[in-house]
Write a protein that binds this ligand. Structure first.
Ligand SMILES: Cc1cc2nc3c(=O)[nH]c(=O)nc-3n(C[C@H](O)[C@H](O)[C@H](O)COP(=O)(O)OP(=O)(O)OC[C@H]3O[C@@H](n4cnc5c(N)ncnc54)[C@H](O)[C@@H]3O)c2cc1C
Length: 498
C-alpha cells in the first residue's frame, strides 16, 4: 500500500555518521519528494578520530561519484592494504590481515589447507608469504590491483567530515547550525515529531537519524532505547590518541602493536601520523598508557594526548519508532579492525534497502534491526578472537583469554580446530581469508585440513607453493612505491600539521 513519501528527513549530528548518511541519502533518493536537513553544533564538535578504513569506503565513494584522487588529496590521505599486527599472540610475533586472499583455490581447496599439509610435513614458511597484498605492503609499495586485492584509505578525520559536508550540501542537503535542547513526541505513536534548537528554531520531520555520537540524544535519550553492554567480552574501555610528526615514507597499511596493557595504532597520513593506545583502565592506569604511547611513537607529538572512554555494545534497536541511530549513537566497537565508519556505511545502505514511506511499516524496522544485530555480532566475534587467542602473560591478555566467549565464536573456533574450515554464517563482514589471517596469525593452527589436500603428491604441492611465493615476490617488487604513487596522483598541499 502506498501511503506517501517521506517529506522530511532530519539528521541530527554532523560527524562522520551524519555526513555519510546525508550524502548517501541525497544521492540515492528523490529530493523533489523528500527534503534532507542536517543539524550540527560546532560548539559540541565531532569526536575527530576514525582515520583508518576498510574497502567498503571505496564503494561508498564510488556511489557518491567522488573522484578518488581528489578525495585522498583533500583529506591528506594514504592507501591501506590491511593491518599489520605486531606482538599480538606472543611478543615478537608479526602477522598481516590483508584485504585479499592467499591466492586462488586449487580444485576448490583454499591455499591454507595445502599450507597446513606442508607444515605437518615439517615445512614452516609463514602463511603471509602467499599474500600478494602483504608482499606489496612489506615493500612499501602501492598501486590499485583490483584483480588481486582490495584497498582502503587512511585520512584526517576532521578533513573527511568537511569533505563529505561539501559533497552533501552540493547534493542539496540543508545544513542548520544549532544545538538541540529538546524534542516533541507524538502522544499516540511515540514518534519524534520535531526537535528544538537553542536559538529557538523548530525542525519538524517524518524520519529522524540520530547521529549525535555517544550522546545518543534521540535514540537513547528521547526514546529510551536500552543499551546492550558487551564490556564483558570486549574488555578495553579507554583510548588515548595523539598525532605526531611522521618519520619516513607513509606505510600502505595500519599498524597495530600489542603492549603489556593494550594495543597501539599507527596510522600514516600525508601530513602526520595518527597514534593511539587502547586499553582497560582497571588493568592499566591512564598514566601508564599515556607514557607507553608517548614513549613508543616515532616522531615528536604535535598536540596534547586526548583521552576517550567507551563501552562496547549497541542499542537494543538500531531503529526505534521513527528514529534510526547511525554511528556511535547506535553502537560502539573498539577500533581494532577500523570498523566504525564501515558500520556507518552499512547502516545507511540498509536504510536505503528498507526505505520507509511516511507511515513506517514495522516489518521494515524489524528486518533492519534483525540484520543490524547479526552484522555487528559477527564483527564483534572477529574482534574478540584477536584477544582471546593471545598467549601473552600480562593481566589484560590473561583476562581476555579467560572470558566466556559467545557461543557463535565458540562454534567457529571448534569447527576450525577440528577441520581447518571457517564456518561462515549469514551477515558476515569477515570472510575466510580474514579469519585465516587472524587464527593462524595468533597461533591457532588446526590439527586437520581438508581431506582433498591429500590427493596430490607432497612434492607437487611443495613445487606449486614455491612457484607461487616466487611469483608474488617478483610481482610485488615491481609495483610502484606508495610514496611515488601519492606524489604522482594525489599529493596533498603542505599545510598545518594537526
Ligand atoms: C579512539 C577511537 C578510535 C577510532 N578509530 C577508528 C578508525 O580507525 N576507523 C574507523 O572507521 N572508526 C574509528 N573510530 C570510530 C569513529 O571515530 C566513528 O565511527 C566516527 O567518528 C563517527 O562518529 P559519529 O559521527 O557517530 O559521532 P561524532 O563525531 O561524535 O559526531 C556527533 C555529532 O553530533 C553533534 N551533536 C551531538 N549532540 C548534539 C545536539 N544536542 N545538538 C546538535 N548536534 C549535536 C555533534 O556536534 C557532532 O556533529 C574510532 C573511535 C574511537 C573512540
Amino acid at each position: 500500500m502506498n501511503n506517501g513519501h517521506l517529506r522530511d528527513i532530519v539528521i541530527l549530528g554532523g560527524g562522520a555518521a551524519g555526513w555519510i548518511a546525508a550524502a548517501l541519502l541525497a544521492k540515492k533518493i528523490d529530493r523533489h519528494q523528500t527534503r534532507i536537513t542536517l543539524v550540527e553544533s560546532e560548539e559540541i564538535g565531532i569526536i575527530g578520530v576514525g582515520e583508518a578504513t576498510v574497502p567498503l569506503l571505496t564503494q561508498c565513494n564510488a556511489m557518491l561519484g567522488i573522484d578518488e584522487f581528489d578525495f585522498v588529496r583533500k583529506t591528506q590521505g594514504t592507501f591501506k592494504l590491511g593491518i599489520e599486527f605486531c606482538d599480538w599472540g606472543v611478543a615478537r610475533n608479526r602477522h598481516f590481515h590483508a584485504f585479499s586472499d592467499y591466492g586462488h583455490a586449487v580444485e576448490g581447496i583454499s591455499t591454507h589447507h595445502y599450507w597446513l599439509r606442508m607444515r605437518q610435513s615439517g615445512e614452516d614458511c609463514p602463511i603471509d608469504d602467499y599474500s600478494f597484498a602483504y608482499a606489496v605492503a612489506k615493500n612499501n609499495n602501492f598501486a590499485p590491483h583490483n584483480e588481486r586485492y582490495h584497498y582502503a584509505y587512511h585520512f584526517d578525520a576532521s578533513l573527511y567530515a568537511r569533505y563529505l559536508r561539501d559533497v552533501a550540501t552540493e547534493l542539496g542537503v540543508r545544513r542548520i547550525e544549532g544545538k538541540m535542547t529538546h524534542f516533541d513526541l507524538d502522544g499516540g505513536s511515540g514518534n519524534i515529531t520535531a526537535i528544538h534548537l537553542a536559538d529557538g528554531q523548530t525542525v519538524p520531520g517524518d524520519l529522524f537519524l540520530d547521529c549525535t555520537g555517544f550522546a545518543s540524544a534521540l535514540l537513547g535519550n528521547a526514546l529510551g532505547t536500552p543499551f546492550v553492554d558487551w564490556s564483558h567480552w570486549l574488555l578495553c574501555n579507554s583510548a588515548i590518541a595523539v598525532p605526531s610528526r611522521r618519520t619516513g615514507e607513509p606505510m600502505p597499511f595500519t599498524r597495530s602493536t600489542a603492549h603489556a596493557g593494550g594495543w597501539r595504532w599507527t596510522i600514516p597520513l600525508q601530513h602526520r601520523s595518527g597514534n593511539g593506545m587502547v586499553y582497560n583502565s582497571d588493568l592499566w592506569s591512564d598514566e601508564a598508557a599515556r607514557e607507553t604511547l608517548l614513549g613508543s611513537i616515532d616522531g615528536e607529538p604535535l598536540a596534547d594526548p586526548r583521552l576517550f572512554r567507551f563501552t562496547s555494545g549497541h542499542r537494543k534497536q538500531f531503529w526505534n519508532r521513527n528514529c534510526i541511530g547511525i554511528g556511535f549513537a547506535s553502537s560502539f566497537l573498539e577500533p581494532l579492525e577500523s570498523t566504525g565508519i564501515q558500520l556507518i556505511v552499512m547502516g545507511v545502505l540498509k536504510l536505503l534497502k528498507y526505505f520507509p514511506q511516511r507511515t513506517i511499516d514495522p516489518v521494515l524496522r524489524d528486518e533492519y534491526n534483525r540484520i543490524s544485530t547479526r552484522e555487528i555480532e559477527r564483527i564483534r566475534d572477529f574482534i574478540i578472537a584477536h584477544y582471546y587467542l593471545s598467549r601473552r602473560p600480562e593481566p589484560l591478555w590473561s583476562a581476555c583469554r579467560n572470558i566466556e566467549i559467545p557461543d557463535s565464536l565458540r562454534h567457529k573456533l571448534d569447527v576450525w580446530n577440528a577441520s581447518g574450515q571457517v564456518a561462515l554464517e549469514d551477515s558476515e563482514s569477515y570472510m575466510e581469508p580474514s579469519w585465516v589471517a587472524i587464527l593462524l596469525g595468533n597461533g591457532a593452527v588446526p590439527e586437520r585440513y581438508a581431506v582433498a589436500a591429500d590427493f596430490h603428491p607432497l612434492e607437487q604441492i611443495r613445487t606449486g607453493l614455491k612457484l607461487r611465493r616466487e611469483e608474488i615476490m617478483r610481482s610485488a617488487q615491481a609495483v610502484t612505491s606508495h610514496q611515488d604513487f601519492i606524489d604522482r596522483h594525489c599529493k596533498a598541499p603542505q599545510k598545518a600539521l594537526v
